[in-house]
Ligand binder design. Sequence first.
Ligand SMILES: *Cc1c(COP(=O)(O)O)cnc(C)c1O
Length: 370
Amino acid sequence: MDKRIFVTKPFIPDLDEYIEELKEVWGNRWITNMGPKHEELKEKLKDYLGVERIELFTNGHMAIELSLQALGLTEGEVITSPFTFISTTHAIVRAGLTPVFCDIDPTDFTIDPAQIESHITEKTVAILPIHVYGNICHIEEIQEIADRHGLKVLYDAAHTFGETYKGKGIGSYGDVSCFSFHATKVYNTAEGGGACFKDPKIGEKLQFIKDFGIIDEERIGYTGPNAKMNELCAVMGICNLRHVEEEISKRGAITARYREHLEGVKGIRLNPVNKDVKSNHAYFPAVFDKDAFGSDRNDVFDALRKEDIGARKYFYPITTATDCYKDRFDADETPIAKQISESVLSLPLYGDLALEDVDRICRIILSCSK
Ligand SMILES: *Cc1c(COP(=O)(O)O)cnc(C)c1O
């Protein structure tokens, strides 16, 4: 038997369930371009996420990149943080905007609101914060700064599917909030993404931007790519949505087990718990302090790997330290983000991970303590 443990495993429905749902698609031969399954998934997601409006995409990256465009942001600076998946920074750059990097709050890894204003210039057009690991950004402070300076707010909400903050769906905050439905996320459509917003004008723009800028048969209004979600992915999404609550609750039991072992251990810091947030238990990051724990993050990573356990240095490196950006931006300008990226490890987490495996993973981690 394969004893390897991966950092994550995609959730998939029973094949029979998927095939049953697919029969309609085979019946009507409508396999992409906003077919009935696409429309059905949109309605179901609005309901589940508690948002007024949503548009669907091929992936979460396109949701972010095209939402910047739908907000009418064609030039200027966007304040963001580099402690994220490369997609966030790429989206800003690819949209023709200039990312300006602000450091993060060391406790929850999201953008530090106290440092945002010092990065605002007359060129600033938006703030693009990331709800890192499902930790909710300092929403009220960010919105207050944005309002004071007339800036748009677009949340990278890729990690927060199904979360609520103060009882409201997390997708309802900011001008736009973007989810990823990638295979590795809590909820997936194999590949897919969604942008949530309140202003119907944003929806109208997104609908044609994501379809080559086609307004109608004879009018092309925008230089747009093809970023439409197809019916096979929508069907995957409809099936997986039926099971997402169960998946989240299984993940909750796993994170509780991790906490039993690791909470309070000298030199290990865990994700903070926010009582205003209904968590989706997307990730289980642990930050290792070598001086207190005796081993550093890389030692723990190697010890797990020796046992065929795949933890992930997530996020490492920070986006400003990648080959793609290191000559253009300075990773040392965000020392906290850099330091966390060098000491954090995301531990294996998915609904079907056995609690005994969590026990074993934690034994290996604790054996690294000196
Ligand atoms: C996954 C992810 C994305 C991109 O989503 P895709 O669906 O893979 O395109 C963007 N930002 C963050 C923080 C992510 O984790």
